[in-house]
Design a protein around this ligand. Sequence first.
Ligand SMILES: Cc1cc2nc3c(=O)[nH]c(=O)nc-3n(C[C@H](O)[C@H](O)[C@H](O)COP(=O)(O)O)c2cc1C
Length: 133
Amino acid sequence: MGRVEVRYCSRTKFGNTRRIAEAIAEGASVNAVSIDDEPRLSEKADILFLGGAPYANIMAPELRQYAEELDPDMVGKIVLFTTSNWSRRTVMALKKIFKEKGITVAEDYFYAHMLNIDGKIEAAKQFGAENGV
Ligand SMILES: Cc1cc2nc3c(=O)[nH]c(=O)nc-3n(C[C@H](O)[C@H](O)[C@H](O)COP(=O)(O)O)c2cc1C
């Protein structure tokens, strides 16, 4: 079995993306870590779950920086997740960055609407369990 990591960038007081990250991590039997606390992977992750949200149409600059600086040798495959009011552009933008870097990204990603985080916790756990192998 490979090494699984969960990283997220969450900015509102509701912590929507953090809550989904924690559920995915629970499903994958690992801990979710904010990119604020660990700006770099210290060991290679075979699977890296990575999530963020859009704020006025763009992801947090720190998340963009994290993605741009991610060492392709430190990750096998990325699995994305996002929360938002309507937009999925965080996923699309991250996919573009990683494609340019030659990092594999799973086609499938997890989405939760900002007003339905509670309703998505179980599905997020399942997503973590199914994709964290
Ligand atoms: C200042 C601000 C701007 C936002 N802009 C967008 C947006 O452009 N598109 C969208 O779909 N959601 C937008 N949202 C909703 C957030 O993406 C959503 O609440 C998300 O779940 C926040 O995640 P977090 O709690 O992990 O920070 C915005 C929220 C805030 C606070």
